[in-house]
Design a protein around this ligand. Structure first.
Ligand code: PLP
Length: 396
């Protein structure tokens, strides 16, 4: 009798991963996520986190979080619809709505949950979801959970979007156009004004996932909708609280009507426990800090410009990023992975990103500059980039 518990079918698949050279082990961090980290036991400069503003280890935010634990405990104890809706959850939603300049905000336990819950709640059979081909996995999964039909347009290609609308709009009741606000692999910004114009021309709703735009773009990090002054014209404005905000969680900002419906139909909120008091405390403080001052976003952009310019002057190809995301495009997959490995040996952690995450032949390392980096750390990182770049003949 074969032993079903051996999971032989998975062992076979794992062996395939090893044969293809894509098997991996998880890197282990034994420090806070900050500009410098202890990674696999060694101190290195960190250019890989989404902690854009350095909020993940900010003293004021940690203090606010600890205070909430003292007052409200470790967990919320239930889903929000039963007895897990604390006054601090309500307060956080008020603060987020004010920050996003929308009527209402609705929080989830993660950005992933937000896409998984919101898309299926606001679409149904007879509707169509139109999605940029490079949208995030959680948008793809969220769309799959919906009973609506799905269509794709070419990345940021407005002719392609209009072709889909011309062909299909008439066959559906409601149509929802979904885009990332900032695309995480190249750091390019969605053509939101054009998307919104087309959506209005064809009477469609719009949905922007601003995971990499919130805390980064717009006034004091209010996001891409604010960056383009499109308030009132985007129906669902999604943000994560786990990247620039430095903690965990996600939210959708929009109208009162949206909020009323989601508290009845957003499945990750109906069937999963609400955010912990520690998280709510940290997030609320972080959003208040952003509203008080632009010092954090200013520092982020200043560092990003400094680093990008310096790498460019050294002769690296930093692509067409419009945000602090700084790809260094190497080309061949194996070479990009070797570059990342050698950078780490020399003291800087930058993860390699290769096919199928990005097109074949555009293998890269992706640098995430943050407000927490000092100029000295960025200089040191550039020095290491130059040294390894020359050793590997990436630079002449
Ligand atoms: C990271 C990311 C998410 C997921 O956010 P989490 O809060 O980490 O779950 C969703 N959408 C996009 C575009 C992202 O980049």
């Amino acid at each position: 009798m074969s032993n079903v518990h051996e999971l032989g079918f998975l062992k076979d698949k794992i062996q395939e991963l090893k044969d293809q050279g894509v098997y991996r082990k998880l890197p282990i961090l034994s420090s806070p996520d900050d500009a410098e980290i202890i990674l696999n036991g060694k101190k290195v400069i960190n250019l890989s986190s989404n902690n854009y503003l350095g909020f993940a280890n900010n003293p004021r935010i940690k203090k606010a979080s600890i205070a909430m634990v003292e007052k409200y405990g470790a967990g919320s104890g239930a889903v929000r619809t039963i007895v897990g809706n604390m006054d601090i959850h309500e307060e956080l939603e008020k603060v987020l709505a004010e920050f996003k300049r929308e009527e209402r905000a609705f929080i989830y336990q993660s950005g992933f949950n937000c896409n998984a819950g919101t898309i299926q709640a606001v679409t149904e059979k007879g509707d169509l979801i139109i999605s940029d081909e490079l949208n995030h996995a959680s948008i793809i999964d969220g769309s799959r959970l919906s009973k609506a039909d799905r269509a794709i347009f070419k990345h940021s290609d407005m002719d392609s979007l209009e072709d889909v609308l011309k062909e299909k709009r008439k066959d559906y009741r409601n149509v929802l156009i979904i885009t990332d606000g900032v695309f995480s692999m190249d750091g390019d910004i969605a053509k939101l004004p054009d998307i919104v114009d087309l959506a209005e021309k064809y009477e469609c709703m719009t949905y922007v996932d601003d995971a990499h735009g919130s805390g980064v773009l717009g006034e004091n990090g209010r996001g891409t909708v604010d960056h383009f002054h499109l308030h009132g014209r985007v129906d669902f404005s999604i943000g994560t609280l786990s990247k620039a905000i430095g903690c965990i969680g996600g939210y959708v900002a929009g109208s009162e009507t949206m909020y009323e419906w989601l508290i009845h139909r957003a499945r990750p909120v109906l069937f999963s426990t609400s955010l912990t008091p520690a998280s709510v405390g940290a997030i609320t403080e972080a959003i208040k800090m952003l509203m008080e001052s632009s010092e954090y976003t200013d520092k982020l952009w200043d560092n990003a410009r400094y680093f990008k310019e310096k790498l460019g002057k050294l002769g690296f190809n930093t692509g067409h990023s419009e945000t602090p995301i700084t790809p260094v495009i190497i080309g061949e997959e194996a070479k990009a992975m070797e570059f990342s490995r050698k950078l780490l040996e020399n003291g800087v952690f930058v993860s390699a990103i290769v096919f199928p995450t990005v097109p074949r032949g555009t293998g890269r390392v992706r640098c995430m500059v943050t407000a927490a980096h000092t100029k000295e750390q960025l200089d040191e990182a550039c020095r290491i980039f130059e040294k390894v770049g020359k050793e590997m003949n990436i630079l002449q």
